[in-house]
Design a protein around this ligand. Structure first.
Ligand code: SF4
Ligand code: SF4
Length: 301
């Protein structure tokens, strides 16, 4: 079995306990306008161009069999993405890594071989594999095979999810992993739809069910100025999480604009928006509100 992986990050310390290897799978059911990993949203292969690395040698133009690359009046490389069939020849021709294919078809065995490399660090630190994305549920069969493979090897796992999935898949995945990192965006459904493209009703229902189960759940909240950092949303979030009884830990992920630059590189900037990071004082106030309600709070995951 194989799946579409867009990155494997070793020595990660923000995606669960200890030192971890985070495997990012392509594909997500949400369309968050602030997405930090826009190259993860589409489940398929994509072409990324880095203007900052480009030496303007134009080897890519020569290499492209579809005539999909040209230079503009200022000499910058432009890609006709409708003409591009993602053959990857431009990325092969580019000596400066300014053209890259995002997404790599990998077998379960290939991914597990990567994960195995840091087994000694997992054992010393209490770490393991984290599946992230995107949302691992989009490639659920592949994700489950990776979790099974880790369990068979005695490697602990975590799954980072937006929670917008069918019950059966979520419950199965929860059985196969040691920890769920559950993203919660905002409590108001209309606002949730406006900023993520989907309703939060299944996300909230799924979290209620998960919290009543056996697998540990940590909640993660991206903190975006004007979207979900207001007093009303923070109060409603604390009330909801407190009602679940089993959620003890909350991670706050303050917005940063790095995703927008990545969106530009894959020609998807029109699907995302620039937001602002809440001030340091505001983030500290939100942290304090969760602490006062009895939660262990971490910034960054
Ligand atoms: S081959 Fe690479 S460095 Fe040369 S023009 Fe194309 S993207 Fe730029
Ligand atoms: S991926 Fe292939 S078709 Fe697309 S721009 Fe590069 S060389 Fe051309």
């Amino acid at each position: 079995m194989s799946g579409m992986v867009f990155d494997i990050k070793r020595y990660s310390i923000h995606d669960g306990p200890g030192i971890r290897t985070t495997v990012f799978l392509k594909g997500c059911s949400l369309r968050c306008l602030w997405c930090h990993n826009p190259e993860s949203v589409d489940p398929g292969l994509e072409l990324m161009h880095w203007p900052s690395r480009c030496a303007r040698c134009y080897s890519c133009i020569t290499a492209c069999p579809k005539g999909a690359i040209a230079k503009d009046a200022a000499g910058a490389v432009v890609i006709d993405r409708k003409a591009c069939d993602l053959c990857g020849k431009c990325a092969e021709a580019c000596l400066y890594d300014a053209m890259q294919m995002v997404g790599r078809e990998m077998s379960v065995e290939d991914v597990l071989a990567e994960v195995e490399k840091d087994r000694v660090f997992y054992e010393q630190s209490g770490g393991g594999l984290t599946l992230s994305g995107g949302d691992p549920f989009v490639q659920s069969a592949f994700a489950e095979a990776l979790l099974d493979g880790c369990r068979a090897r005695g490697i602990r796992t975590a799954v980072d999810t937006a929670g917008f999935s069918k019950n059966g898949v979520l419950d199965r995945m929860a059985e196969k992993t040691d920890l769920i990192l559950y993203d919660l965006k905002c409590m108001d459904d209309a606002r949730h739809k406006e900023f993520t493209g989907v309703s939060n009703v299944p996300i909230i229902d799924n979290l209620k069910r998960l919290a009543a189960g056996r697998t540990e759940v940590w909640v993660r909240i991206p903190l975006v100025l004007g979207v979900n950092d207001d007093d009303d949303n923070i109060r409603r979030t604390i009330e909801f999480l407190s009602s679940l009884k089993t959620i003890r830990r909350v991670g706050l992920l303050p917005y940063h604009s790095g995703g927008l630059e990545k969106a530009r590189r894959i020609g998807q900037e029109s699907h995302f928006r620039k937001f602002e990071t809440p001030s340091e004082e505001r983030i500290a106030a939100v942290e304090a509100a969760f602490r006062e309600a009895g939660f262990e709070v971490r910034r960054g995951g």
